[in-house]
Write a protein that binds this ligand. Structure first.
Ligand code: BTN
Length: 245
């Protein structure tokens, strides 16, 4: 169970996930948070860069898990819903918050946050001990030369909020949802995510290992994999990039 957080603030790090990996064995307890004003080598999913200049929120929460690989995927939904709920508490209700599979958070179809879960030791080692939940939230700016539309929290609020205030709110949500996941399993988290799933019921294209699959986005299965309805039957995709059209 997560009870309290111990937040370490840094001015600048390579990546909060890397810094978390460096300090992970010094701490027995869960709930250590590494937060930095900027990252010089911020990472996104699929080996992409995550532009990490000062002004946005970059943090990694260290969780202890002796579980299976499937737990890792489920925790990315815990993170996405926690971030989505935090955003909802700061922006007007008419703005639409959705979750894009597997773990982006969007406001009015524009990306506002991303999540990168990693393990220590790395996934090639079957004895996973720690999960590093890396979260980046656009608070004050968003990169303008990226391929998908993006936004930031303060573009959507009447009064600007700070990264610190957002972090505290978000951590409380993570605590609640993570503890719920531990007691009640994935289903309640899955329901919350599905209620706000981006493009559910619509046609999407998923790219997996260079191959494109077109079909109706039907939802996620009990492990968090994407369920695509195709002319040749249902296709289950556990990790892919989604192109919406
Ligand atoms: C994505 O959408 O591709 C995931 C982006 C994850 C960015 C966060 S910022 C904090 C943590 N440290 C990193 O280097 N990446 C994650």
């Amino acid at each position: 169970m997560l009870n309290t957080f111990n937040i370490y603030y840094y001015d600048s790090v390579n990546s909060t996930n890397d810094e978390a990996k460096r300090i992970v064995y010094d701490h027995e307890e869960e709930g250590i948070v590494v937060c930095a004003k900027e990252q010089t080598q911020g990472r996104g999913r699929m080996g992409r860069r995550w532009i990490s200049k000062p002004g946005n929120l970059y943090f990694t929460l260290i969780l202890k898990q002796n579980g299976h690989l499937s737990s890792l995927a489920q925790l990315s939904f815990v993170a996405a819903v926690a971030v989505g709920q935090a955003i909802a508490s700061f922006i007007p209700a008419e703005k639409k918050i959705t979750y894009k599979w597997p773990n982006d958070v969007l406001v009015n179809s524009q990306k506002i946050a991303g999540i990168l879960l990693e393990t220590e030791p790395s996934l090639t080692d079957l004895n996973i001990t720690y999960i590093l939940m890396g979260i980046g939230v656009n608070i004050n700016f968003y990169p303008d030369h990226i391929i998908y539309p993006a936004t930031c929290v303060n573009e959507n609020t009447k009064t600007p909020i700070s990264c610190e205030v957002f972090l505290k709110d978000c951590l409380e949500n993570i605590k609640f949802l993570y503890n719920k996941w531990q007691t009640d399993g994935f289903l309640p988290i899955r329901t919350l995510w599905l209620n706000q799933a981006h493009m559910i019921g619509h046609e999407i294209t998923a790219s997996l290992n260079g191959q494109l699959y077109k079909g109706d986005f039907k939802g996620i299965d009990t492990k968090g994999a994407l369920v695509l309805g195709t002319p040749s039957g249902e296709k289950i995709i556990s990790s892919a990039e989604i192109i919406f059209n």
